[in-house]
Ligand binder design. Structure first.
Ligand code: ADP
Ligand code: GN1
Ligand code: MG
Length: 375
């Protein structure tokens, strides 16, 4: 059961469904190609009576070193969120299935080849957005969804969570790791990215702004999502109502401004994350405003003044941080993010740096919009 191709993957998915005690025969499966980290499949089973659909996902064990603890985090978070919702409608919640041993995961294989799988409900008639395509409503609804998520987790005890990726948005640590890789240059690729490295070096101190504010006790640590791309929300296909937030793997203590900022980075811009023509990559202030309106409508009651003032900085810092992560991965030989072609991570880093530059040029406008939407 090692290869993931053809019949082999069908057998593997059918085996996993049996492990999770799903009755019936696997009649359909399809790889869902979005997401840079895990590997997700849609599966449908027929038991002679009805067709049931699931999401079966292989967790990236290279990225998530302690997946069992991570699944425990997800269990606690989903239960907490459900306790706040008035409806138990299946389309509005993630329900992870358990094996006969009571685990919400199965491990296939052993040693280096071991694989970590989970299975949960497939949300029907839903869409997620790889790009907002200029649609301000997508941004407004995303702001509401992630704002609500932050609000619902306000009273969640952060000490219950294991950090699924230590130092995930510790930007000082990220910068140090990045420049260590540049120093080592294991594959001789630094020569491909001299300008990009120089730009990151120029802003290395800026990248630590929020870390210093944490150290001074100015910004509260909350339980946050930490990966707030619009493709991590499932919306109702017809009404655009946000149904459920997915990809809870990085839910852990963090800053509100990173949850705010990461959606801005991903979707309040004029091109996709991996746009090759950097001149096309700009911040879109109309989309920025729509997201800010949605996000603050849900969070203005509890965000502190310092947090509100940190939102625009959060967008720029997280964009710079991700540029360094993409570029660091390129320099290391693309071990972390899934790539579609050899220079993909370099291209992604360049696009993020173009967006970062534009954000820095529009910092005052972003701050003014946040102030306007705060009242
Ligand atoms: P990754 O960590 O690789 O980003 P995700 O958990 O975000 O993985 O899943 C990848 C994609 O699969 C999502 O962007 C979404 O389009 C789809 N997806 C994930 N979970 C569900 C679900 N329960 N129902 C329907 N689609 C889903
Ligand atoms: C990864 O798994 P996915 O595609 O939702 C990454 C995020 C990055 C994002 C960039 C665990 O998110 O941190 O911001 O790619 N997730 C992890 O698209 O590293
Ligand atoms: Mg995802």
């Amino acid at each position: 059961m090692e290869s993931n191709s053809g019949e082999n993957i069908r057998e593997k998915l059918a085996y996993i469904c049996r492990e999770f005690r799903i009755p019936g025969e696997l009649i359909l499966y399809r790889l869902i190609p979005t997401g840079h980290i895990n590997t997700a499949y849609y599966v449908a089973l027929y038991d002679g009576n009805e067709v049931r659909q699931f999401l079966v996902q292989k967790v990236n064990w290279y990225v998530f070193k302690e997946p069992v603890s991570m699944m425990h985090n997800i269990d606690l978070i989903t239960k907490h969120i459900m306790s706040k919702e008035r409806t138990l409608e299946r389309r509005r919640r993630l329900h992870f299935h358990h094996t006969a041993e009571g685990n919400n995961y199965v491990i296939l294989g052993e040693g280096e080849n071991a694989e970590f799988w989970r299975l949960y409900n497939f949300i029907e008639n839903a869409v997620s957005f790889e790009t907002a395509d200029g649609n301000a409503e997508v941004l407004r609804m995303s702001g509401k969804a992630f704002g609500k998520f932050n609000r619902q987790l306000q009273d969640f005890d952060a000490s219950l969570l294991v950090e699924s990726i230590p130092h995930f948005h510790d930007t000082v640590y990220r910068m140090n790791s990045f420049f260590d890789i540049v120093g080592e240059d294991p594959l001789g690729r630094v020569k491909d990215a001299e300008e990009e490295i120089a730009l990151i070096r120029e802003y290395r101190d800026f990248a630590g702004t929020l870390c210093r504010q944490i150290d001074r006790g100015e910004l509260p640590i909350r339980v946050t999502h930490n990966d707030t791309k619009t493709n991590n929300i499932l919306f109702d296909r017809d009404t655009l109502d946000p149904l459920v937030i997915i990809d809870l793997d990085t839910c852990m203590p963090g800053l509100a401004c990173y949850d705010f900022g990461d959606t801005i980075r991903f979707a309040a811009c004029t091109a996709e994350e991996d746009e090759k023509d950097c001149s096309r990559m700009k911040l879109d202030l109309k989309l920025f405003r729509a997201y800010t309106e949605g996000y603050l409508a849900e969070t203005r009651e509890f965000l502190t003044d310092a947090e509100r003032d940190s939102l625009a900085t959060g967008a720029a810092v997280i964009t710079l941080e991700l540029a360094s992560r993409f570029l660091g991965d390129y320099l290391m030989g693309d071990k972390y993010f899934r790539i579609d072609y050899p220079e993909h991570n370099l291209v992604r880093a360049r696009a993020q740096l173009a967006l970062f530059r534009d954000m820095m040029l529009h910092m005052d406008e972003m701050r003014a919009i946040i102030r306007e939407c705060s009242c």
